[in-house]
Write a protein that binds this ligand. Sequence first.
Ligand SMILES: [Zn+2]
Length: 245
Amino acid sequence: MTEYPKEFLRYERQLILPQVGEDGQRKLLSAKVLVVGTGGLGSPVLYYLAAAGVGTLGLVDSDTVEITNLNRQIIHWEKDLSRPKVISAREKLEAFNSQLKINTYQMLFDPHTAREIIPQYDLVIAAVDNLETRRVINEVCFALEKPWIEGGVKDFAGLITTFRPPQGPCYQCLYPDVNLREKRPIGLMGVMPGVIGVLQAQEAIKLILGIGTPLAGRLLIFDALETRFETITLARNPQCPICSH
Ligand SMILES: [Zn+2]
């Protein structure tokens, strides 16, 4: 049996993997990942990044926990109702893995705050439910050349893709003219952000370790009712104002 440093023992099962090993674990422990949104997608993203030993996690959310969140936002519990989501999430993560550094940002993620916070991290995970925040993340990540991982869910379906600036395509290429105003709650099985959030966490771990093939230029779509995964290739818009100059 290999003797690992004591602080590595909890990661033994991933240290055995030739793609990880002690060097990979050091990469994970020194990685800084910003998770925008601590809701349905953010819950599994954060749990699994913390479990894998991603050393610094930034949590962005301006909301407080509501009863209607609890069918999917599993990092928040009944005792957390009315508490800020970033505080509730930080508590769980600190209890789960005390080796990690958890930074919280209880604020709206607008272009100004995004430009302040994103430079402190290696990569960004969008775990949000609106197009406006995704556009902010896209614009600032392309300006700063930070990779970001998009996930989206609706009813019984989900999708995920990775953006690696400066190469396109970017989020704006995919959704150039969508209406930003839609606000009504959409129907959603709580399992869906679970599935997609776990995939986002795995994609982030791949990027940190530099292993496998990132989901860049490809969109993975999950249809839960048919239990089917499909991948489509994404094209860069040669006129895109964000990624085409
Ligand atoms: Zn673009």
